[in-house]
Design a protein around this ligand. Sequence first.
Ligand code: AMP
Length: 444
Amino acid sequence: MNFADLGLSEELLRAVGDAGYDEPTPIQANAIPPVLMMKDIIGIAQTGTGKTASFVLPMIDILAHGRSRARMPRSLILEPTRELAAQVAENFEKYGKYHKLSMALLIGGVSMGDQIKALEKGVDVLIATPGRLMDLFERGNILLTGCSLLVIDEADRMLDMGFIPDIEQICTKLPRQRQTLLFSATMPPPIKKLADKFLDNPKTIEVARAATTNANIEQWLVPVSSSDKRGTLRDLLRQPEVRTAIIFCNRKTTVRELNKSLRRSGFRSCEIHGDMEQPQRLAELELFKAGEVNILVASDVAARGLDIKGVSHVVNFDAPWHPDDYVHRIGRTGRAGATGTAYTFVTAEDGENIANIEKLTGQKIARLEAKPADAAPEPEGDEEKPQRARGRRRGGEQPKSTVRSAEKPRRSPAPRATPAPAADEDAGGWNGPIPGFLDARIDL
Ligand code: AMP
């Protein structure tokens, strides 16, 4: 199957070609033709599957004909977070570069005046978070009666964030005769109910859940005590194979404190969490995307659905409370064909959380376990190097340990030896046999 078989216009095919995509992903192949035929769709797919393009591409062709009118957007995309909304807008820019469509972004944390001005001019595509949209609607700045195409994206997340009543309200303001596309990673009963109420004879398209079947993500549980979490994280981040990492914490305060502590230890890290103002969040994200820092410490809401390419590692510094969050968090790596590794720190209190994750994903996650090491090699000739010294202290003064995996990881990594310490290498590398990660792979 290739993009030309899906019924998209020449201009779009050109834009897709420019983006470097050769083949549609399963959600794109299955959703684009019925969307172009104006059918309602339920897409059970999560970020990382290419689902954004599965609605953005056909929408561009559908909206290519017709004109926008002041304050009456022709289509509406609802997103749970500002970042996701901004990401969808970027997709419109990328794929719509050979079309003349107008777009407005209605998100909190950005000046309302500019948003109102954009609406006044008339827009083809309005991308909004529910709260800000309701605000402007109630002030009379916006009319939804001309909106004949609605996308409800990340519906299960909207549910988690308490947006369902807002969405129901918004749906009633749109014309009955419209096309509605609903995307959700899972279909809990309230979302099913929402779909039954507001979609008309929808076609359901389900694609493999990126996290549960994504063979590209190697997953590990890392047993750790609460007091050892930071040290273990530092050791882990010093592995040479960690190029970029997102570290997830359950609480905003942990995000802030952990970022500070990482920076104090010389790591290049930044943070995003829900308490930050929008411009500040975007600025931090930009640092990470541009490679100025390689570690992003994040909370769930702030990081939801972020499309950041080439994240090599995800670390759950705190095991997530909700199993869905696990799926979303680890989906930040192993995207669109790339491979990635996800580590989840587990303390004695996390047993139930892990059991819930394993139940949801239907997979047991391999566990790294400490065992006495008899022949773990000591790095040589590196006493003067602070980072090595730390590695040695951990491996040397304490009873030496290495790790083995209790079970196979979901994607069996190729057996790899711990890299031999290079005496002249001085930056950032960890070479000591800490209770760690590289060793685990040898024992598989
Ligand atoms: P999404 O699921 O929409 O968040 O997309 C995940 C990532 O896949 C994004 O980085 C897209 O740019 C990328 N992507 C989307 N469609 C394709 C495709 N057909 N081939 C390769 N990558 C794609």
